[in-house]
Write a protein that binds this ligand. Structure first.
Ligand code: ZN
Length: 137
């Protein structure tokens, strides 16, 4: 089942340039910065009450986020829904005719298992399912 909005992903060209708005103006606590090699991203998580904001800086032109920024500019990238039993959720969506970008979860930021729904199946919103087994933030 879907438990909550786990985080909202925001594409930025540079974490260094984007972070002061969040940490100094909005005064959101920075939970950490990590590199997600497989996605060619540097990711910063900020705590926003019960949910989080995930700033995504591409580390290579090959990154899907780099292509997103090239096409649409910086800004809202995806909405992540926290789920349990992610593989079951993926199977369930596929049974309902929803296109998934992954047939099985991959490891994303923070060691979470993630899978994305195809925006063509969701009214143009990129939704991520994410499940953190025993690593609740
Ligand atoms: Zn995300």
């Amino acid at each position: 089942m879907i438990k909550k909005v786990d985080h909202i992903g925001i594409a930025v060209r540079s974490l260094d340039e984007a972070l002061p708005f969040y940490t100094e103006i909005l005064k959101l606590p920075l939970l950490g910065i990590e590199e997600v090699e497989s996605e060619k991203l540097k990711v910063a998580f900020l705590k926003a009450g019960e949910t989080k904001l995930e700033l995504l800086e591409p580390t290579s032109q090959e990154s899907a986020v780099a292509k997103f920024i090239e096409k649409r500019g910086e800004g809202l990238h995806h909405v992540a829904l926290g789920v349990d039993s992610i593989q079951e959720r993926i199977n369930e969506m596929k049974e309902k005719g929803i296109r998934m970008l992954q047939d099985s979860p991959k490891i994303g930021a923070g060691g979470a298992e993630v899978a994305f729904m195809h925006p063509k199946s969701t009214g143009s919103v990129l939704y991520e399912f994410c499940e953190k087994k025993g690593l609740e933030q």
